[in-house]
Design a protein around this ligand. Structure first.
Ligand SMILES: Nc1nc2c(c(=O)[nH]1)N[C@H]1C(S)=C(S)[C@@H](COP(=O)(O)O)O[C@H]1N2
Ligand SMILES: [Mo]
Length: 316
């Protein structure tokens, strides 16, 4: 049959391949878009982020710092639910749906309840805070977050006297998160803070960066930011906040108890078993692209009092 067709059509074009002009134009447009996406010019998951501008107040936090570029902040990520490669989240997170969103408040609270993203964003005025972030892997970025102090949510949640720690549970949606379909970590991603760390005014629930809502790869629609701790404390796409009496087992403690402690304070004197923590590489910057010295508590000295009397080599 194929031979017959070819005989009738010397150019070798099968009837099924003769496309009406309009369909062809559509397909060309699609291929163009796909090509741009493949070339990294259209960052998947950024359409919501690039369209939605937030209303927020500027603050003095970090205004002396040199910002990491938006391009680097949104294309070099750790988000294992979308794969373990740094460029995986920007490429793979476009199917993830950050709206509508609700956060469960549970555990040791006066009353368990749920709040929407919109309700959350009304608990306190949104602020821009420029924070230095340091990943335990030895790289850092300076990011202009938009968010509200976690303290505002905790005050609203009304924890009971039994609440000594706060647990943050990230989204676990294998349908839209290819990494979550694989046993890379013990899903869902779980992080935790001691109550006084959670109430510390620096601790932020971020809903945006660079003035716009969070791109999916950075933890849309809401993620934790704790600037004096290694990046892994900042759980992304938080679905539940649970108040508990005992120190929780977090995802990274389970994955490597010798490597990742509960506190995870940035501490240049406590090396990771496999590499130094005394210096870091600023992504996209630094003098001649080199490393800079890491500061205790990532330079946020005011948190030191939270740990007075604690042996920070033991409680790493
Ligand atoms: N749910 C979830 N949250 C996460 C991670 C993750 O894999 N899954 N990675 C953490 C790590 S190791 C870092 S360094 C930061 C990176 O945040 P960024 O990609 O917005 O810079 O997210 C943290 N939050
Ligand atoms: Mo990290």
């Amino acid at each position: 049959m194929l031979l017959d067709n070819n005989r009738r059509n010397p150019a070798g074009i099968l009837p099924s391949e003769i496309t009406p002009q309009s369909v062809f134009a559509d397909r060309r447009l699609f291929l163009q878009t796909a090509g741009l996406a493949a070339a990294g010019l259209l960052l998947p998951g950024q359409s919501r982020a690039t369209q939605t501008t937030l209303a927020y107040q500027k603050t003095a936090y970090g205004k002396e710092e040199t910002l990491t570029s938006l391009e680097d902040v949104t294309s070099y990520n750790n988000y294992y639910e979308f794969g373990t490669g740094k460029s995986d989240p920007a490429r793979e997170a476009s199917l993830f749906k950050p709206t509508p969103w609700a956060i469960k408040i549970e555990g040791a609270v006066k009353q368990a309840k749920t709040l929407s993203l919109e309700q959350l964003m009304k608990l306190a005025p949104l602020e821009e805070r420029i924070y230095r972030m340091r990943c335990v892997e030895g790289w850092s970025m300076v990011i202009p977050w938009v968010g509200l102090p976690l303290k505002a949510l905790i005050d609203w949640a009304q924890p009971t006297g039994n609440a000594k720690y706060v647990v943050f549970i990230s989204a676990n949606d294998p349908q839209t998160m290819p990494g979550a379909r694989m046993p890379i970590l013990d899903w869902p991603y779980v992080e935790g803070l001691r109550m006084d760390e959670a109430m510390q005014p620096l601790t932020l629930l971020a809903v945006g960066l660079y003035g716009k809502v969070l791109p999916n790869q950075n933890g849309a629609p809401v993620r934790l930011v704790v600037p004096w701790k290694y990046g892994f404390k900042g759980g992304k796409a938080i679905t539940s906040i649970r108040f508990v009496e005992h120190m929780p087992q977090t995802t990274w403690m389970k994955a490597g108890p010798r490597e990742y402690g509960f506190y995870a304070n940035v501490n240049p004197q406590v090396d990771h078993p496999r590499w130094t923590q005394s210096s870091e590489k600023p992504i996209g910057g630094g003098l001649f692209g080199g490393r800079v010295k890491t500061r205790m508590f990532n330079g946020y000295d005011e948190v030191g009092q939270l740990y007075s009397g604690m042996d920070l080599k033991k409680y790493f």
